[in-house]
Ligand binder design. Sequence first.
Ligand SMILES: [Zn+2]
Length: 324
Amino acid sequence: MKRAVLALALALAGALATPARAYVRSQDANTSVCLFWTSRDIHWRLSEPIDDLPFADVEAAVKQSFQTWHDATTPSGAHCSDMSFTYDGATTRTDTGYDPNATNNINLVVFRTKNCDDPGVVPTGDPCEKDVFDHPFACANKYDCWSHDPSAVALTTTDYNVNTGVIVDADVEVNDTGAYHFTTYSLPGCDPDQAGSCGRTCNSNTDTDCIGWDVQNTVTHEIGHVLGLGHEQALCFQQDPTQDATMCPTATNGDTDKRTLAPDDVAGLCAIYPKGAPPTTCTPSGHITITSAPAGGCSSSGPAGLLALVLALAVVTLRRERRT
Ligand SMILES: [Zn+2]
């Protein structure tokens, strides 16, 4: 079993547009198998409490993120995939990853509100510190803390069979440690693809009644990774950014347009999970293979913020295989 980690990281504005390509499927860096679920009903849970946001508001936003993928239609209105999602309710569990010996694995969305590296979060000398290779998230799971790049905004971990590509578990962690001002604010009747339509952009991390790092925007993108999609390399950095695909590797403070799917996102969903037909096992030629190491041009650095920064989504595939 192998684990892929897809992180939402921070990069400076002005990243160059990449060559035109359509949706991208996540693939194992070594075997090149494409990742997919065999089930058409993915169950998920949301970890509670969330310290700094009303749980009900976050729950509603995350539910809507899943609903968006469920409701996906082509430009002609065709409901081309029968992928569905079931919310199994809130949970106090905060552990990510897949235990092949367990019967209680869950697909989790969890907001990490502490950094594992902060003083006092992980006691000095805790064995989990020495176990980063076999169990890279041992401290994170033990102490419910963020163990990834501090500049990453969110991160999806997928466990899958390296020979078949079948996904057995996927978990979304959100970096709610204070670097990003997550919000769920929306004006009634907003159009996420119309900049400013859902509310003004927050000016600071204490600003209220505004849109900061939008939870629904962020999680809708991460669910694309849960489904086995990688980063879109085209239809990004367009003149009209509201037309960018949800799976584009960038977002901004105040961004809501990733709440809705672009036709290319829907094409990716329906290519993997065509309605009434088995999942497709690999990508059409021409789609790039996601490789290990941070995605090119997306060096992560700096504090979050309210500067003119954009988000990039770095892709990291851990090389270590988890022997089952
Ligand atoms: Zn991503």
